[in-house]
Design a protein around this ligand. Structure first.
Ligand code: ZN
Length: 291
């Protein structure tokens, strides 16, 4: 019996049919859900991705848990957005004692500025999303050189999908009459999207959801909505909808639905991937504005 086993093994070796030893997936941590999706697309089966801030959660005001420190200490690579988005992260990285290489996905992007602050929501434009993907690809290659070809192939395929998505977005925006390309969103998360599409966004909350708008801010926005005849107000999946419902009621603007700004939804939601997120947002915007 033993001899037969050895013979079978030898024959399989000769035929080249012996399965290659499976590659152990590279442990990668992404700070929030949108980055996690980019990493999954570029890393494919060579990586095991975990995200710290999950679906429908707010990355601006996250409170890390001891489990997050463990994830980082086990990771080979940590992918972050940067531009001040993850204010809670440096301390977590320090306390984790891990040795993961850190990739800043926004490296090379020229940030929009709001006063002294950089606007961290760079993923909301197609040009920037391409830069994110390139940085993630290069970070994965540096961490796992044996996968270089796979990462390059995956990144090119995904970039082609992002190009097609961008054409969809530009086509949809072109169908919105110019005078109606203006909306209200809860926090200032769509500056890059606005610059890329020409749709103007006004937000009662600043670039971070940490700040609450004052009564005076809200009054100013209500005046602005009435004066500019802004047709629609949008909710977000990460913020309390009550403020926007009140603004809609006081101005007569319609509620145009929900825009996904800083977080994907769960698998069964409207935006489980970045591509779904952009598609959902553009559909919500065109159905509220293009008539
Ligand atoms: Zn935000």
């Amino acid at each position: 019996m033993r001899l037969r086993g050895i013979l079978v093994f030898a024959v399989l070796m000769l035929l080249g049919a012996w399965p290659a030893r499976a590659q152990v997936p590279v442990p990668v941590v992404a700070s929030f859900s949108i980055l996690g999706d980019f990493v999954r697309n570029v890393g494919g089966e060579r990586v095991a991705v975990t995200t710290l801030v999950g679906a429908n959660s707010d990355v601006h005001v996250y409170t890390p848990s001891p489990a997050d420190a463990k994830k980082i200490s086990d990771a080979k690579l940590l992918i972050i957005n940067g531009l001040g988005l993850e204010g809670w992260l440096p301390r977590l990285v320090q306390s984790s004692g891990g040795k993961a290489a850190v990739v800043t996905a926004t490296a090379g992007i020229t940030p929009r500025r709001l006063g002294s602050e950089a606007d961290p929501h760079a993923w909301q434009s197609a040009d920037n999303a391409r830069i994110y993907v390139g940085n993630i690809r290069d970070g994965l290659i540096a961490a796992d050189p044996a996968g270089a070809d796979a990462y390059r192939t995956n990144a090119s395929a995904y970039l082609a999908k992002l190009d097609a998505l961008d054409r969809e977005v530009q086509g949809a925006v072109a169908r919105i009459p110019e005078g109606r390309r203006k909306v209200i969103s809860t926090h200032d998360a769509f500056g890059y999207f606005a610059a890329a599409t020409g749709i103007a966004f006004i937000a009662p909350q600043g670039v971070s959801t940490e700040s609450e708008p004052s009564a005076r801010d809200i009054a100013a926005i209500i005046t602005q909505i009435k004066a500019a005849k802004i047709p629609a107000v949008f909710l977000e999946n990460i913020t309390d909808p009550r403020l926007m419902r009140r603004i809609a009621a006081e101005t007569g603007a319609s509620i145009g639905g929900t825009l996904y700004s800083d977080s994907l939804t769960a698998e069964n939601g409207d935006a489980p991937t970045y591509i779904d997120l952009v598609r959902h947002n553009i559909k919500a915007l065109t159905s509220a504005l293009a008539n």
